[in-house]
Design a protein around this ligand. Structure first.
Ligand code: TMP
Length: 210
């Protein structure tokens, strides 16, 4: 039995990850492909508490380094108790965000440093990386309009346009560094068109021998 594949979705808040993951789930189900859908932060009981700490206490001052460790603590628990054991059973894992978010948000935008955050991410994932990362790329100006009416606001919604531009550039740079793994999808297209592109990418990674 071959190991399951790990597929991560990345993008600025409001880039359309939720819609696209939902469409992909429908496609996987229609193909009778078994998968687990999870997310970072918040994919485990500990992760739910870490997510609450991070996003539901706007009064809490969290330093950039402490923030970086909180995301990595979530990830360490996630990989150890859910992601890696699931992949071992041959089931695929679809995760809403993974360590590329840490690189972009904490490493670059918060200034913790890409090298340090990459090192911490490797510790947290026990050296594993997604088999495919889909980066939904969208102009931060459009993203801003989409996130205004959200129920859950993250610490980052309040940041200025420059912060979001830095994030976008960081994700694009990651994609240039790892072109085999990270695929950039233009998120300004219609949801159906984006979904078609994603299905091709996912079908390709699922068909590869490992
Ligand atoms: P989301 O789950 O609604 O996409 O929001 C999670 C937020 O946390 C989003 O603003 C990105 C941010 N984040 C980081 O800053 N670092 C990380 O490592 C991860 C996984 C998410």
């Amino acid at each position: 039995m071959s190991r399951g594949r790990l597929i991560s979705f990345e993008g600025l808040d409001g880039a359309g990850k939720t819609t696209q993951i939902h469409l992909l789930e429908q496609w996987l189900t229609s193909q009778q492909i078994v998968y687990v859908h999870t997310r970072e932060p918040g994919g485990t009981p500990l992760g739910v508490e870490i997510r609450r700490l991070l996003f539901h206490h706007p009064e809490l001052v969290i330093t950039p380094l402490a923030e970086a460790f909180l995301f990595q603590a979530d990830r360490a628990q996630h990989f150890n108790t859910l992601v890696l054991p699931t992949l071992e059973t041959g089931t695929h894992v679809i995760t809403d965000r993974c360590f590329d978010s840490s690189i972009a948000y904490q490493g670059v935008a918060r200034g913790v440093g890409v090298e340090l955050v990459s090192y911490l991410s490797l510790l947290a994932t026990q050296g594993h990386a997604p088999d495919l990362t889909i980066f939904l790329d969208l102009d931060p100006a459009i993203v801003h309009e989409r996130t205004d009416g959200r129920a859950e606001h993250t610490r980052f919604d309040r940041e200025n346009a420059q912060f979001h531009q830095k994030l976008r550039e960081a994700f694009l740079k990651q994609a240039c560094t790892y072109p085999e793994r990270i695929k950039v999808v233009n998120a300004a297209q219609t949801p159906e068109r984006i979904h078609q592109e994603i299905v091709l990418l996912v079908a390709d990674v699922l068909s590869r021998e490992i």
